[in-house]
Design a protein around this ligand. Structure first.
Ligand SMILES: O=C(O)CCC(=O)C(=O)O
Ligand SMILES: [Fe+2]
Length: 316
């Protein structure tokens, strides 16, 4: 496969059983083969995306000292600001050439997870950043819930299987800034090759070139979504749950050619996580003689902790 398949969520939502099944088949096939799709017809409208990019740019243009006020110790970078070079992809020594922000789950009052998740951090200098971030979080989460419903059907589960785990899930929206490159990067890249930790990742289009996905033949292919599309990929949690039936595909963000070093890159992935108690034990119908169990049983919470240590975001 040399290209990422494109699917349309409106097929799933159409109320027409044939169109719905077509969507389930298309996304199921894409996730068994390459682990990525470009999705149209989602809930994030163009104006909101534009506003979010604008706010995100303004935030990263704030003085470093201001941004550092929002770097919260002791929470593994799960909310607020994480400074340049602090995250290192699993298995790499050099930190990625990026800084980022995390918006986390918006809980209803009285939710038991308010004791568990760190509070969201508000940027005082830029109130609209907070509200637009929240709105985008909600729309991406809504889109992700439908994608997971389609995957449930593909996996032979109840359509609403994932709803119980993701409704108050530990999801994060991560605006990333890759600053201009000022000197020879010395082996470091904007984002070194990695699989995402979570269930699925929804990545806004319009981020330009740079993202590459490894196909079955070990070739890097460019992943470019149209402005109205979201790139949605399988993360390691979903791959574990399905005993690698659905593929969490390795991807990276390469440095631009030298003549483009002077430009920043921005991108805004939404990492959809379940609640920490969700078991990631392989589903029964994904294990048989020809597909022996590949991973140890674990929970989403334990798996996340392990990975945040590997990324250097939790120091032990
Ligand atoms: O910047 C991008 O396009 C993708 C970033 C990414 O893969 C990640 O943050 O996990
Ligand atoms: Fe990623």
């Amino acid at each position: 496969m040399k290209q990422i398949p494109s699917v349309d969520l409106r097929d799933f939502l159409s109320g027409d059983p044939e169109r719905k099944q077509k969507f389930v088949n298309e996304i199921g096939k894409a996730y068994e083969e390459i682990g990525f799709v470009a999705l149209k017809g989602h809930f994030l409208d163009e104006k909101l995306v534009e506003e979010l990019y604008e706010e995100v740019k303004q935030f990263f243009e704030l003085p470093v000292a201001t941004k550092q006020k929002y770097e919260i110790p002791g929470i593994g970078g799960q909310r607020g600001y994480v400074g340049f070079g602090k995250e290192t992809a699993k298995g790499f020594k050099k930190g990625d050439l990026k800084e980022f922000w995390h918006f986390g789950q918006y809980l209803e009052e009285g939710s038991k997870y308010s004791e568990v998740y760190p509070d969201n951090v508000e940027v005082a200098e830029n109130p609209k950043f907070n509200t637009v971030g929240k709105e985008a979080f909600k729309m991406l989460e809504k889109t992700g819930i439908y994608v997971l419903r389609a995957l449930s059907l593909h996996l032979g589960l109840d359509e609403f299987y994932f709803d119980q785990f993701v409704g108050e899930g530990n999801s994060i929206l991560r605006p990333i800034h890759y600053p201009p490159i000022t000197s020879e990067p010395d082996n470091a890249v904007r984002a070194a090759a990695h699989g995402d930790i979570n269930l699925i990742t929804l990545l806004m289009g319009a981020q330009g070139k740079g993202l590459q996905v490894m196909n079955h033949d070990g070739e890097w292919i460019d992943a470019i979504a149209q402005p109205d599309e979201l790139m949605i990929n399988v993360g390691d949690m979903l791959s574990r749950l399905t005993n690698n039936k659905l593929k969490s595909t390795i991807h990276q963000v390469v440095n631009p050619p030298r003549e483009m070093w002077g430009t920043s890159r921005y991108s805004i992935p939404f990492f959809m996580h379940p609640v920490g108690e969700m078991p990631l034990n392989a589903l029964e119908n994904c294990v048989d003689e020809n597909h022996p169990k590949l991973y140890e049983d674990t929970t989403a919470g334990d798996f996340l902790y392990e990975r945040l240590v590997e990324l250097g975001l939790i120091k032990i």
